[in-house]
Write a protein that binds this ligand. Structure first.
Ligand code: PEP
Ligand code: MN
Length: 367
């Protein structure tokens, strides 16, 4: 399907009046315009059936830089091609997608008032003890709504747990990320969380993706464990086309091969591909991918050297009695080792990036 969506990128210095004029033209053509301001460039997503529309009337406007037609198979969000730069997702003073590594750590589930308090204090300590050179910042994770295979299993602390978690974490200056499973809960969860997480089981829940696309809060979208990269990017388009460009793409392993030692097959190689193609920050979850705490640090090291911007990792004050995913959560000591190792490897990655930039400028070419 060719040409369903169009993206118009504007020249630097385009005025508000010119932008209003463009939006007016798009709407007069029976289409919808979503304006996406960027740090150095503004782009406009043109939504609707643009297949029959000529790009010429837009291209001829003096403030229009380029008009792109987007096929269904391509990423309709902001790509490197459109912006020529990485997208930064801002969470408080943390810039996810900068050249430093963001850690999103905490328990798989919020289990009760005491565990929430102990987990928040642990996250604060891990953050404070590791203000390391290559670490951008620390966001705390914790699931209030848990997607469980059986309806009889623990379903999470839901509203009450989320409110308690949010208050405590924010007292320590820790922004939080938590999963939202139901479109009807988006407004409530967005009131308390700093990042909305879409879990692997809801990766193609299109009404949910549309709803979080309307939110002003950043969204971390996990890849469906059975989804191709095209399907993953297609899912992210549901969020982007509603105007929410604050998306973090999170790889977390795919359906394991028969006999695999992993809970889900680590899809770290796909970080390399996404890094080349999209400007969106990329995260990796070594905990749900491995299902085994002994594999979390080595997998994290690979993800960082592949170019991940963030790691979403299960850390629990006492994993041996965790209500779920007990085998994969890092206890405090291992959390310390984890921080040291990922800081080290992010440093190596940054060194490599500097070297490549230097070599490219010497060669005077892009590659
Ligand atoms: C989680 O991160 O809490 C979670 C349930 O992960 P996933 O959706 O990747 O299984
Ligand atoms: Mn889990």
């Amino acid at each position: 399907m060719e040409g369903k969506t169009m993206i118009i990128s504007l020249k630097k210095g385009t005025t508000q009046e010119q932008l209003d004029e463009l939006v007016g033209k798009i709407e007069a053509d029976g289409l919808e315009a979503k304006v996406i301001p960027g740090e150095t460039k503004t782009v406009v997503n043109v939504i609707g059936d643009t297949a029959e529309k000529s790009t010429e009337p837009y291209e001829s406007l003096p403030y229009v830089d380029q008009v792109f037609r987007i096929t269904e198979r391509r990423y309709a969000g902001v790509t490197k091609e459109h912006l020529g730069q990485k997208t930064i997702v801002k969470v408080g003073d943390i810039s996810i997608g900068s050249d430093l590594l963001t850690i999103m750590g905490g328990p798989c589930a919020l289990e009760g008032p005491e565990q929430i308090r102990d987990s928040v204090e642990l996250a604060r300590d891990v953050r404070d003890n590791h203000q390391d050179e290559n670490i951008e910042g620390y966001v705390m994770r914790g699931g209030a709504y848990k997607p469980r295979t059986s309806p009889d299993s623990f379903q999470g602390q839901k509203k009450e747990g989320l409110i308690h978690f949010s208050q405590l974490a924010h007292e320590y200056g820790l922004p939080i990320i938590t999963e939202v499973m139901d479109p009807r809960d988006v407004e409530f969860v967005a009131e308390y969380a700093d990042i909305l997480q879409i879990g692997t089981r809801n990766a193609q829940n299109f009404p949910l993706l549309t709803e979080v696309g309307k939110s002003s809060k950043p969204v971390l979208l996990k890849r469906g464990f059975g989804n191709s990269i095209d399907e993953f990017l297609g899912a992210s388009n549901y969020i982007a086309r509603e105007g929410n460009q604050n998306i973090i793409l999170c790889l977390r392993g795919t359906v394991p091969m028969k006999g695999s030692v992993y809970r889900f097959q680590p899809d770290i190689a796909d970080i390399v591909y996404l890094r080349e193609r999209v400007s969106t920050p990329i995260a990796f979850d070594p905990s749900h991918s491995s299902g085994d705490r002994d594999l979390v640090i080595p997998l994290s090291k690979l993800a960082v050297t592949a170019g991940a911007d963030a790691l979403l990792v299960d850390i629990h004050p006492y994993p041996e009695i965790a209500l779920m995913d007990a085998d994969q959560q890092l206890p405090p000591k291992m959390a310390d080792q984890f921080m040291q190792v990922v800081n080290l490897y992010k440093g190596v990655y940054r060194q490599e990036q500097r070297l490549l930039t230097e070599l490219q400028s010497q060669n005077g070419s892009g590659k």
